[in-house]
Design a protein around this ligand. Structure first.
Ligand code: GFB
Length: 323
């Protein structure tokens, strides 16, 4: 992949679909450094699951490039509890936007997927070509199927109509703008809130879900947004691209690190009645690294920044936050 700008954003009308979600809001922040016009629309104006509303807003607002970061998202419990929402909402959103982007002649689109598209027992680190080589993790197969459909939709429009639609697969993300609701959030914000509340209440214990042994890779959302803008400007191709940090740690190690950042000194205990999910998810981001892009934000530093954001704001939105 060449790293010079194949697709400069200068002067373009760029729609960030899902601008209130963690990734979308990071993209809006990142795009302030580009000389482009950022378009956004809230869900109170357009429900992206509704075809007529979505098509009409897009026709009126004429985006030239789209970051498709809208979707129904959440952690392991939300994925497991609301399979219909995770599958239906995401299929409708991506179907509506991708098809209308083609009809309107949108010049470039980047679809945002997830590392959960890969088989539960994929080789580690996970290369892009592990897609569709084995069964998915059952707790999030509904979301994964929707995201795989989104990748394939972009590839199909590229193949049939020559559209410059690309896909990026971020690893587990964290950072300002995350959802801190304990029932629907991902692990990092959940443990941050739990550690914070345990510290304030003077508790002796903090409970984490599962065995603590699954391994996860974490990327700060501002690094992710930077990588997505880089890919939008420099990459054009059929294959999706992994976006990861390069190393992982166990959930127990994550909990220990978060307790240090928050200042909770009690014991960490495991609730093994809760699911572990995928045993390990470390992406092979070699393809992205080969273009000269690398993350900049260290994990401890990123967690500290996120904790400060949580203290200032009280935390974010619920599981449908990105739409
Ligand atoms: O981040 P998380 O919810 O999602 O959970 P996944 C990661 C790991 O942390 C699991 C454990 O092993 C959880 O059991 N964990 C421990 C906790 N304590 C907690 C807690 O208090 N809250 C949460 N949420 N987890 C998601 C997918 O999988 O990854 C999504 O379900 C998406 O679809 C996302 O792909 C990136 O990493 O297991």
């Amino acid at each position: 992949m060449p790293s010079e700008a194949l697709f400069p954003l200068k002067g373009k009308r760029v729609w960030v679909a899902g601008h209130r979600g963690m990734v979308g809001s990071a993209l809006v922040r990142r795009l302030e450094a580009e000389d482009c016009t950022v378009l956004t629309v809230g869900r109170e104006t357009v429900d992206l699951r509704r075809q007529v509303e979505t098509e009409s807003w897009m026709a009126d607002n004429k985006p030239e490039a789209i970051f498709l970061a809208a979707g129904t998202v959440g952690g392991i419990l939300a994925n497991d509890s609301y399979p219909a929402d995770f599958l239906y909402d995401n299929l409708m959103i991506e179907g509506n936007i991708v098809s209308q982007a083609h009809r309107l002649g949108v010049e470039k689109m980047l679809f945002l997927g997830s590392s959960c598209i890969y088989p539960k027992h994929a080789p580690q680190p996970i290369p892009e070509d592990a897609l569709l080589t084995g069964p998915l993790e059952p707790t999030n197969e509904w979301y994964a199927i929707a995201k795989i459909a989104g990748i394939k939709l972009g590839q199909a429009y590229r193949r049939q109509h020559g559209c410059d639609f690309i896909s990026a697969m971020p690893t587990n993300l964290y950072g300002p703008g995350d959802n801190f609701d304990l029932n629907s959030s991902h692990v990092a914000p959940a443990l941050m809130r739990k550690a914070h509340e345990a510290k304030l209440a003077g508790q002796e214990r903090l409970t984490i879900w599962g065995t603590g042994s699954p391994r996860r890779e974490f990327l700060h959302v501002d690094d992710c947004a930077d990588a997505l803008v880089h890919l939008m400007k420099t990459y054009s191709g059929h294959d999706h691209v992994n976006v990861g940090a390069g190393d992982d740690l166990t959930i127990l190690e994550l909990a220990q690190l978060i307790c240090e950042v928050v200042g909770f000194k009690g014991e960490i205990v495991c609730d093994t009645t809760k699911p572990d999910g995928t045993p390990r998810k470390l992406m092979d981001s070699g393809r992205l690294r080969a273009t000269g892009w690398a993350p900049r934000i260290g994990f401890r530093e990123g967690l500290s920044v996120t904790y400060r954001w949580f203290l200032e704001t009280g935390g974010g939105q619920g599981r449908t936050g990105a739409r």
